[in-house]
Design a protein around this ligand. Structure first.
Ligand code: FAD
Length: 523
């Protein structure tokens, strides 16, 4: 219908031979304004209404004839601040358009929120002759806006008050929203964003590669435990983390028909340090018992191995003497026969001794948190460290990759290194007694440094100390009987894990042992 009228307007213009062929007949303007859905009014320069369209009548309740001749102020609810009107009139009387929101009152006294646009209309000389006002009732939209705002404020206050860390992460693990507890954790840990670190640990723990690959889009995890190791001797903290996907619809015009949006992950981390610390106490106590037994067995193994090692020397000597006597005096030489008998008894004793050496227990390989393991060893050594007056600087990297390995063997290795360090610093009269334990992730592996402020190991002996049964301690007074298998066993353990162990030759004072363990072992 409207289309037909518009065409008619164009035709009549063309017939009249007026201006451009696209010009529209004034009647079309009249009809357009009359039929527009927006409340339209035209006033004089004082705001006195000259014309209103039917939509104006519908919105305000004033009939078209009733409105004409009255001032627009009839719509004022008298609750709009005077500054708004002041600004309105300042703009329009300068010839500028104005738009804003006002509280209007209908004829029946009901109120509504109006979004009003006023444009000055000027004559050929540029003088303002009229004002064109267009407004619509935006009460419902405003109510919706308020509801959204209130809901947002409510959600934010609930999220903020929640006694757990909450963060919304984008697909690149960037935090787009967080709560009060998250900010507190940031401050406690002294780091910019703890969330990506938590996510790295969670992903490392998620077995399924397919899940890993999906990066925050549509996967869920529940109660995954993450341990954060803090430097400066602070106790570790544990978090139980859950994640759920959140999809945000794209509000852009492009997406109106096509859809689309962004994917986020809602990370909720509940601190369970108190609970875990209790469990840890029990675990470390049990570990202490196991390690004491392992120590005892390994000391026995060490002593028996050393005894067989020492017996082999004289027996070999006897074997060469028997051979020499037999060559010189013949097989019947009584001395050679007596020696051969003695040697046979010796060999038997040696075999019996060897049979008594406790077999190595084969432990299954498992996933290891190196920080946790070292912390265990430090906990187990606390009494010795205190007794020797050694201060400990524990500097773990907060998050390390998981290592596949033999936990007992590794524990024993680090225990041996720490025991060596304590022993070195316990030399009589030695004052500097500091043990530094550092962990950090290296390319493809984990580096662990155990450093002491003791007398150190001379460069010439730094390779030799890894030989079985070699010890520098024999040289000191009162060190007799030390067998010196600790470092050779440590080297064996590092090698069993595809890693290396070395003494830093550049360390001027004290001793720095560097252990490098690869995260993925070459098969
Ligand atoms: P008023 O006494 O009318 O004026 C308040 C203040 O406005 C004065 O102190 C003065 O600073 C300024 N003012 C008023 N008239 C003029 C003028 N002629 N020149 C310069 N400054 C002036 N108001 C609404 O509340 N709702 C509407 O929907 C609405 N639509 C309007 C549409 C048009 C096209 C125009 C031109 C005005 C419209 N107004 C509307 C404004 C209206 O005319 C009144 O100014 C306003 O309602 C305040 O009325 P009042 O009786 O409280 O105060």
């Amino acid at each position: 219908m409207a289309k037909k009228q518009a065409q008619a307007g164009v035709e009549s213009n063309a017939q009249a031979g007026e201006v451009a062929p696209a010009a529209i007949h004034p009647r079309v303007f009249q009809q357009t304004v009359d039929q527009a859905d927006t409340a339209i009014s035209i006033t004089d320069v004082h705001g006195t209404i000259l014309y209103v369209n039917p939509a104006f009548a519908r919105v305000t309740g004033y009939a078209v004839d009733e409105a004409a001749g009255r001032n627009e102020s009839m719509l004022s609810n008298k609750t709009t601040p005077p500054e708004v009107y002041k600004s309105l009139w300042q703009h329009i009387s300068r010839g500028e358009a104005w738009s804003g929101r006002l509280v209007n009152r209908r004829k029946d006294g009901s109120k509504y929120l109006a979004e009003l646009n006023i444009s000055p209309v000027v004559d050929a000389t540029g003088d303002i002759v009229n004002y064109l006002g267009m407004h619509r009732d935006i009460t419902a939209m405003h109510r919706l806006e308020c509801e959204v705002k209130n809901q947002k404020a409510l959600i934010e206050s609930v999220v903020d008050a929640a006694p757990m860390v909450i963060a919304l992460l984008d697909v690149d693990d960037r935090v787009v929203l967080d709560n009060h507890e998250y900010k507190k954790l940031q401050a406690d840990l002294g780091m910019a964003e703890p969330a990506p670190m938590l996510m790295t640990a969670i992903r490392a723990g998620l077995e399924s590669e397919a899940v890993n690959g999906r990066r925050n889009s549509g996967y869920v995890f529940l109660d995954r435990e993450v341990r954060l190791d803090l430097p400066g001797g602070k106790p570790p903290r544990w978090f139980s983390c859950s994640g759920s996907p959140v999809h945000e619809d794209d509000s852009g015009a492009d997406a109106f028909f096509e859809g689309g949006g962004r994917n986020y992950l809602l990370l909720v981390a509940k601190e369970i340090t108190g609970l875990r610390a209790e469990q840890e106490k029990g675990r470390v106590a049990a570990l202490q018992v196991v390690m004491a037994e392992e120590d005892r067995v390994s000391a026995l193994r060490e002593s028996l191995s050393a005894a067989t090692f020492r017996l082999e020397g004289p027996l070999n000597m006897m074997a060469s003497v028997v051979g020499m006597l037999a060559r010189r005096n013949g097989e019947a030489d009584p001395m050679a026969a007596a020696l051969a008998d003695a040697m046979a008894s010796g060999q038997q004793a040696l075999a019996e001794l060897r049979a008594m050496i406790p077999a190595e227990t084969r432990e299954p390989s498992g996933a290891i948190n190196v920080n946790e393991l070292l912390r265990d060893v430090l906990d187990l050594s606390t009494r010795r460290l205190l007794a020797s007056g050694v201060s400990v600087a524990w500097k773990p990297q907060a998050m390390l990759p998981t290592l596949q390995g033999y936990p007992n063997k590794l524990r024993a290795m680090f225990k041996a290194l720490i025991d060596n360090a304590i022993e070195a610093m316990s030399a009589r009269g030695w004052r500097e007694r500091e043990l530094i334990v550092i962990t950090r992730a290296q390319l493809g592996g984990i580096e662990i440094i155990v450093e002491d402020s003791g007398p150190g190991i001379p460069v010439a002996k730094q390779i030799k100390v890894f030989e079985p049964f070699y010890t520098t301690k024999r040289e000191g007074a009162g060190q007799r009987g030390h067998l010196g298998t600790g470092l050779s066993a440590a080297q064996q353990t590092a090698a069993d894990h595809g890693g290396t162990i070395e003494i830093d030759p550049d360390k001027a004072a004290g001793c720095r042992v560097r252990v490098l363990l690869p995260v993925k072992r070459r098969s």
